[in-house]
Design a protein around this ligand. Structure first.
Ligand code: HEC
Ligand code: HEC
Length: 199
């Protein structure tokens, strides 16, 4: 974690950096449980039927973000019928095991420098949390580097339209025009990072 960035955005960081260390899961149990997930997250270019966008890449995604997403799908605060169905049967232990398995599937822990952050004007505010190259500078925000561009567009539109609520992104996405979204999505998608799950 870049100390200077964290200090500069102390308010935000206090909310996000203070997460307690989670319990250890069993990656082998997670791999067995995750077999069904590969039916979508393990197939390169697999699409959500309607609306049509490619399912998000999870290989290398941050642990805290995946955990929050699964809990939100499970309790229905993040709406998506398929992911709700997938998550609703998961116990807390199942989630820990899945997280342990995901952690073996890639790394995305590079830290952006303050100099790099200043160099990217279009994504100035985003880099505070997501990093200049889309690999988060604080633990909780999802990794965007290497995510499918059309998935990033879809996610930002969900925040904008208010179908994915209850988090900081609602305010940030509201300020983006359609062309900002397209530019930012292409930028993050072109960075090295997330991969389609392969185990
Ligand atoms: C039938 C296809 C399908 C299956 C099977 C599936 N997913 Fe998903 N998953 C999706 C789609 C589509 C999304 C994007 C949903 C949205 O718009 O929020 C998603 C989103 C996610 C996200 C949020 C990613 C992000 O970047 O926001 C996580 C985490 C996730 N899935 C984990 C899992 C796990 C764990 C399993 C297995 C228990 C699983 N998924 C099984 C299709 C699937
Ligand atoms: C204050 C920190 C912060 C800032 C600034 C910020 N984000 Fe986020 N972002 C988050 C968090 C936390 C989440 C996870 C929210 C959730 O669970 O839905 C997120 C989620 C996202 C997602 C969804 C990723 C996925 O896998 O589903 C996208 C895309 C995104 N942000 C893009 C942006 C862009 C573009 C900007 C700049 C306009 C930005 N963010 C600014 C913290 C931030």
């Amino acid at each position: 974690m870049n100390i200077r960035l964290c200090a500069a955005f102390a308010l935000i960081a206090a909310l996000i950096c203070a997460k307690p260390v989670a319990a250890e899961g069993d990656p082998e149990q997670g791999r067995q449980l995750g077999f069904t997930c590969l039916g979508c997250h393990g197939i390169e270019g697999q699409r959500n039927a309607y609306p049509s966008f490619r399912v998000p890449r999870l290989g290398g995604q941050g642990r805290d973000y995946i955990e929050n997403a699964l809990r939100a799908y499970r309790d229905g605060t993040r709406p998506h019928p398929t992911m709700h169905a997938q998550a609703s049967s998961l116990t807390d232990t199942d989630i820990e095991n899945l997280l342990a398995w995901f952690e073996t599937s890639g790394t995305a822990s590079d830290v952006a420098t303050a100099e790099q952050v200043q160099a990217v004007a279009a994504a100035q505010v985003c880099v505070t949390c997501h990093g200049v190259d889309g690999k988060g500078v604080v633990p909780q925000p999802p990794v965007l580097a290497g995510q499918h561009a059309d998935y990033i567009v879809h996610a930002l539109n969900q925040y904008k339209e208010g179908t994915r609520t209850g988090n900081v992104m609602v305010a940030f996405a509201a300020a983006l025009s359609e062309s900002d979204i397209a530019l930012i999505a292409d930028y993050y998608a072109s960075q090295d990072g997330l991969e389609t799950l392969s185990k």
